[in-house]
Every structure is written in structure tokens, then in C-alpha cells.
Design a protein around this ligand. Structure first.
Ligand code: 4AD
Ligand code: MG
Length: 472
């Protein structure tokens, strides 16, 4: 008999019908007359209860029905007399597909997340990781649906690239060269001419530059793919391999960019509240009691739009009143996460879109503000960059209006000594029919952190890659 998924069986009122349930045993309780087996098949956080009357299944078989084992049950769907569950299955026959011994690492409840990370191949079967993974899927669907409905084209940018979009030098090299026998030129530099691509290549840190090529042809595109950064930061917010969503839009200015960022995140959060109710209720109960309220708060509030210079003023006023920060925050400094969190969690108590950052702390492609920046009365010192700062998370989005002027962009490239050899294709967007455009990058796992209330980014991706860790 074709199997019925637990999620469908629990919703069905087809009482009296025979169905087949297949899944993993969560608990097994025996009493004199009857056995109760809770089965989960991953389709929902909820289990279905299997009721086995005495004598229906052989003792030897029932003994193998342990926590973690995989079983197939045929039986009748009946209305449950128990509180809080609509239906259960009255067992007619039971087969054990795979037994599970007492050494099963996920057997005990309440294991620490550090412990479970060592068993990332098995932790997926727990309630928490099941909930997180179903929400992760739902967020991916929300993202594709949002952009599709708003007329954006899903655009695939390369993972192997020769350019460093963020210019931060945090790239993983891609090579087929024999590392034991490297050919070097007269100056001692590695000769890449005989490498697979005939030049030095790396894994991408961002699809933006190629995304701009798409946007300046198709009007509006988005990417959604893996991104790699060899930054040696062992924090609960950083992964070496993460997924990024990068919309890029022709003819978009700064206010429109901020509208897009806010509308898009709110859409995703609303999608979670509308479509992931059971999983969110579970996480709200078990992981973070303020989760659902915080998600609703995102929908209820307008995001604050705050120029960097204003932000620095607020922080310095706080310091004058006695607030202590570990890191300095003078105009020109990159804000530390303690500063971001103060603004978002204490001062405004809602998400903040910070804009108009000092040029020196942002990437080369950001459009220079012609208007007065508000700092020392000089213009041209700030750029039209935006960071969306979220409670608990800090930076969730980084984006900007792009510099569309060939000359101004060239100035930046030269000032920053960015190797031009491989950038001609990018400059062609400014040479031929250049247009104003803007875009942003959302860190997918940071969104999942926020929506699930989980504390560590390693626990919202199935198989995390971080310094010294590439298991599974
Ligand atoms: O701010 P970032 O570095 O911006 C860019 O890469 C731009 N090229 C994006 C664009 O405009 N198209 O990264 C964007 C976002 C961050 O705000 C953060 O959410 C996430 O990517 N992110 C990371 N997430 C997990 N682990 C890391 N190591 C991350 N680095 C950035
Ligand atoms: Mg950033």
C-alpha cells in the first residue's frame, strides 16, 4: 500500500480507512494491554501515535521498536481519544525496516548543540533540526516566489571566478596544479599559465559583479547560490560556505533600494508566520520564548533609515552619557557589532537600515554621494551603501547603489590598486550604455537564524563549513 505521510494522516478525517505509515520511532511505551508508538517521518514536527493491541505484533518484533528505529505500519485511521491529536493509527501489522541500538547518538533528549554538531549526519532526525530544515526550505520558496512575482529573473552566476568582488582577499583558490611541485617564474611567483584555467582562479565571494551584467540587460535579476569566504572568523555569525541571495536592479535609486530590502525581508518573515506555524510554535517553546513575537514585530514596524553620520552621533551621545563599548566609534570607523546592536536593540528597538557610509570602509563599486555628506561639510566622502541591521543578528543585508560613471569607478579602482587585468568585462557595463542601478546581498543563513531563533549559524545549515571543520 502506498504510504500516507504523517502530516496528511494527522489532517485526515477518513476514519475507518486503512493506511500505511512509514517513519522513525520517537518513543515506544508498553503497558499490559497495549503499546503506544510515536512515529515521525519528517513531513511535520508532529508525531502520529500507533496503537498496538496485545497479540497483534509478535513480542520479538516489538522489542526491536526502539527510539530511532525505522518501521512500517499498516492499520486503520481512527479518531484519537487523546487530547491534542486528531487521529491515530490502530495497528494491523508492523515491519521493522531498521533497528536502532542504545548507542544511537541522538537518543537522549536535551543534548547540547555542540554535541549534536559532531553528529550533523544524524541531528537532522531531531525535532529541532527537522523544524529548522523545513523552515529553511520554506524561506527558499519564499525568496524565489517573491522575486518571480515581482518580475525578477533567476540568474546563475559562476562559482569559479578570477575576480574578487569584495576586494577583501578572502578567497579559496581553485587549482589543479601539483602543489608538491609548483612551477615558479623568475621572480619566484607561481606560474598559473599551465593551471586548468590558465590563470589564478578562486571560489566566488559574491555573484554581484556578474549579477550587474544580468541586471543591465534583463532589467532585474537575482542570484541565489553558494558563496565562499576564507575569513578566519570563528563567530556564531560566519560560515566559510554560505548561501547568498543577490538581487540587482537597473534604474533603482537609494530610497527604492531600501524599500526593496524592507519589503523583501517582511515578505519572507510573513511567509514563515503563514506557512511554518507548527515548527515556529515548537521553536518558540523550546529554543526562544520571544521568537514569534519578534517576528510579528518585524511586520508591525517600519525599519529606521539612518545615515551613518547620524548613527555615529547617537553612539557618541550614548558614550558621553556613560555607555561603555569595547571598540572606538569615531567618524570613519567601521561599526562593531556591539555598536550595531546598541542602535537596533536598545536605541531604536527595531531594524535599522544604515546608509551613506564613509567611502574608505566600503567596497569599490559603491556610488559616491555627490550631496553634502553632513560630515565636516565636505562632499564626496560617503557612498550610497546600505546595511540592514537586525536584532540578535547584526548585519543581515549589505547592498548599495552602484557607481555608474566610468571615470569615477576607474578612479576608485586605481586608488585601491585593484588588478584591472581581469576587470575589463565589468567596466564595459559603464562603457556601453551605462545605467544607474543598485542591489544587495542577503546572507541566507542569517535570515534563517533570525526566523528560527537559533543562536549559532552552524545550526541552521545542514553541514556547516568553518575554520578547521569540513566534516560530512
Ligand atoms: O556585505 P557583504 O559582504 O556584501 C556583498 O558581498 C555584496 N557584494 C552584496 C551585494 O551587494 N550584491 O555580504 C552580504 C551578506 C551580509 O550582509 C551577510 O548577511 C552575509 O552576506 N554574509 C555572511 N553570512 C555568513 N557567513 C559569512 N562569512 C558571511 N559574510 C557575509
Ligand atoms: Mg557587509
Amino acid at each position: 500500500m502506498a504510504r500516507t505521510k504523517v502530516i496528511d494522516a494527522l489532517q485526515s478525517t477518513d476514519y475507518g480507512k486503512d493506511i500505511t505509515i512509514k517513519g522513525w520511532v520517537r518513543t515506544h511505551r508498553s503497558s499490559k494491554a497495549v503499546d503506544f508508538i510515536a512515529v515521525n517521518d519528517g513531513s511535520t514536527i508532529k508525531n502520529i501515535q500507533i496503537v498496538v493491541d496485545n497479540g497483534v505484533v509478535e513480542e520479538e518484533t516489538l522489542k526491536q521498536v526502539t527510539t530511532g528505529s525505522c518501521i512500517c505500519v499498516e492499520g486503520t485511521l481512527v479518531e484519537s481519544p487523546a487530547q491534542g491529536q486528531a487521529s491515530e493509527v490502530h495497528c494491523k501489522s508492523l515491519v521493522v525496516y531498521g533497528g536502532c541500538g542504545a548507542d544511537y547518538p541522538m537518543q537522549k533528549k536535551g543534548q547540547s548543540f555542540e554535541y549534536m554538531r559532531q553528529y550533523a549526519h544524524l541531528r537532522l532526525r531531531t525535532n529541532t533540526f527537522g523544524a529548522v530544515m523545513r523552515i529553511r526550505h520554506n524561506m527558499a520558496m519564499a525568496i524565489h516566489t517573491y522575486f518571480h512575482e515581482h518580475g525578477y529573473f533567476y540568474f546563475h552566476t559562476p562559482l569559479i571566478t578570477a575576480s574578487d568582488c569584495e576586494g577583501a582577499g578572502q578567497m579559496f583558490q581553485v587549482t589543479t596544479k601539483n602543489l608538491y611541485n609548483l612551477k615558479k617564474d623568475k621572480e619566484g611567483k607561481i606560474d598559473y599559465s599551465d593551471d586548468f584555467f590558465g590563470k589564478q582562479t578562486s571560489l566566488t565571494v559574491s555573484g554581484q559583479l556578474e549579477g550587474e551584467l544580468g541586471a543591465t540587460a534583463l532589467g532585474a535579476i537575482y542570484t541565489f547560490g553558494p558563496t565562499f569566504r576564507a575569513e578566519n572568523s570563528n563567530t556564531p555569525r560566519h560560515l566559510a560556505e554560505f548561501w547568498m541571495i543577490e538581487p540587482e536592479v537597473a534604474f533603482m535609486d537609494l530610497p527604492e533600494l531600501m524599500d526593496l530590502e524592507e519589503d523583501f525581508i517582511k515578505y519572507c518573515v510573513k511567509w514563515a508566520l503563514d506557512n511554518c506555524k507548527d515548527d515556529l510554535e515548537f521553536l518558540n517553546k523550546m529554543i526562544d520564548k520571544g521568537l514569534i513575537e519578534r517576528l510579528q514585530g518585524i511586520l508591525a514596524n517600519d525599519f529606521v533609515r539612518l545615515p551613518y553620520t547620524e548613527g555615529i552621533k547617537i553612539l557618541q551621545e550614548a558614550i558621553a552619557k556613560g555607555k561603555k563599548f569595547e571598540f572606538p566609534c569615531e567618524w570613519g570607523d567601521d561599526l562593531a557589532s556591539e555598536h550595531e546592536r546598541y542602535l537596533v536593540e536598545e536605541y531604536f528597538k527595531k531594524p535599522v537600515i544604515m546608509t551613506n557610509y564613509p567611502k574608505a570602509i566600503k567596497a569599490f563599486y559603491m556610488k559616491i554621494d555627490e550631496q553634502e555628506s553632513g560630515y565636516n561639510g565636505k562632499s564626496g566622502q560617503t557612498v550610497q551603501g546600505t546595511d540592514v541591521l537586525f536584532p540578535q543578528i547584526g548585519e543581515i543585508i549589505g547592498g548599495s547603489v552602484r557607481e555608474e560613471s566610468y571615470d569615477l569607478l576607474m578612479n576608485e579602482i586605481e586608488e585601491r590598486n585593484i588588478p584591472m587585468k581581469d576587470m575589463a568585462w565589468y567596466l564595459d557595463t559603464r562603457k556601453y550604455g551605462s545605467c544607474p542601478h543598485a542591489g544587495f546581498g542577503l546572507g541566507f543563513e542569517r535570515l534563517i537564524l533570525f526566523v528560527t531563533g537559533m543562536q549559532n549559524i552552524r545550526d541552521v545549515i545542514p553541514f556547516p563549513r568553518t575554520p578547521n571543520n569540513a566534516e560530512f
